[in-house]
Design a protein. Structure first.
Length: 253
């Protein structure tokens, strides 16, 4: 397989950094997959890298990229929000269609899972959406800085520690989270939905998977990642997720 670094314009025209995984040059991929990383993570998270490589080995093309202000992408994180993540995903899908082929499968990890569900409404060629350890309601991320919500409201922003790194969270970011109606978006998805979640996830509880499954119309499937942690740091857990996604993706390719 080949891995190529790319850059393309995101929602604010800032350049976003991505990695394109391609199978053998002489073989046409079964389909193209767009991967969205977890909240404040990057395209280089263990889960993103392992899942992308495993899907490529299954003859899929994959684009994983950094949202605006994260990883190697340009822009400032404090100027982004959940809506801008959705817009970045749409921009990435459009770039993929121009350079290769439109993605027909979206995969999102954690908050990236909620984002791909939302972005799918703007991408008619998508047939399958897969969420991994995703919060049903994007406002769930505020639990990670709940003690600073008053400061954020009073000052308009605050520096919070997430995964031992400082991030500036603004009131506009918090307000934007509350503008989204997750139940409506899942109910009207009109795509196949694959929900992957661990019953041992202590960051995003299993009840979120139940909410996705209850709100979604068929076709929908749930797979338990029995021993996984939230970030899928064990390679075998990421590869299990990729095997399941690959099997479903071949069906919908």
């Amino acid at each position: 397989m080949a891995i190529r670094a790319v850059r393309f314009r995101g929602h604010t025209h800032a350049e976003l950094a991505g990695l394109v995984h391609s199978p053998d040059d002489n073989v046409e991929p079964n389909a193209w997959i767009l991967f969205a990383h977890c909240f404040t993570c990057s395209k280089n998270s263990k889960a993103a890298a392992a899942i992308a490589r495993s899907l490529t080995a299954q003859n899929f093309g994959v684009l994983r990229f950094d949202f605006t202000g994260l990883g190697d992408s340009d822009g400032a994180f404090e100027d982004t929000d959940f809506s801008s993540n959705i817009e970045d995903l749409v921009a990435a899908a459009q770039w993929l269609e121009q350079e290769h082929r439109a993605p027909t499968i979206l995969v999102g990890h954690s908050l990236g899972g909620a984002a791909v569900v939302a972005a799918a409404h703007q991408l008619p060629k998508v047939k399958l959406v897969a969420t991994i350890a995703a919060p049903f309601d994007p406002t769930d991320v505020t639990r990670h800085f709940v003690t600073q919500l008053d400061e954020i409201e009073h000052k308009g922003k605050a520096v919070v520690s997430l995964a031992d790194r400082p991030f500036t969270i603004t009131q506009s970011f918090v307000d934007d989270l509350h503008r989204h109606n997750p139940e409506e978006r899942v109910r009207t998805l009109n795509k196949a939905l694959l929900i992957l979640h661990s019953p041992k996830d202590q960051t995003v509880k299993l009840r979120n998977a139940t909410q996705y499954f209850t709100a979604a119309k068929h076709p929908k499937s749930f797979v338990s990642l029995d021993q996984a942690n939230h970030l899928l740091t064990r390679r075998k857990d990421a590869e299990l997720a990729a095997e399941v996604i690959g099997a479903m993706a071949r069906y919908y390719a």
